[in-house]
Design a protein around this ligand. Structure first.
Ligand code: NI
Length: 140
């Protein structure tokens, strides 16, 4: 564990008031943890921009009655450019028509975005989203 440093921050009173309200709404126990999370959020964005190895989750909602859609989605994941990114996928039958698929990915941000875009753009996918996070290796 790295050394813990305390430092002072000068901040506009009204802005601090807003920050404290946000902290309360999001159930943080103190300002320090909320502040650390704000920093980490920017560091994650930086990892994705810099092309470092990242992790993420692609979520898809689709109608499994749509002809051949399931096979198309699997085919995209098996593509030689993408197969090494996919760690696992979980399929949940939401109801009679709708399926939720959560695909856990790790690797190049550029390739993960490409995979996510391709899956989302597949005809019959009702909603898709990419949650961009970190492998945690360089995060404290
Ligand atoms: Ni299903």
């Amino acid at each position: 564990m790295s050394e813990l440093i305390r430092f002072g921050v000068s901040i506009d009173k009204a802005l601090l008031g807003k920050f404290d309200k946000l902290i309360k709404d999001r159930k943080y126990s103190n300002r320090s943890e909320a502040f650390r999370d704000l920093i980490r959020k920017d560091l994650v964005v930086q990892e994705w921009t810099a092309g470092k190895e990242v992790a993420g989750a692609i979520t898809l909602i689709y109608d499994h009655h749509k002809s051949d859609l399931v096979n198309k989605l699997i085919e995209v994941q098996h593509d030689k450019d993408f197969s090494q990114l996919v760690i696992c996928s979980q399929h949940i039958h939401i109801d009679h028509h709708n399926c939720l698929e959560i695909i856990t990915v790790k690797g190049s941000p550029k390739k993960i975005r490409m995979l996510s875009d391709k899956l989302k753009a597949t005809k019959g996918v009702k909603h898709g989203d990419l949650t961009m996070t970190t492998t945690g290796k360089d995060m404290r």
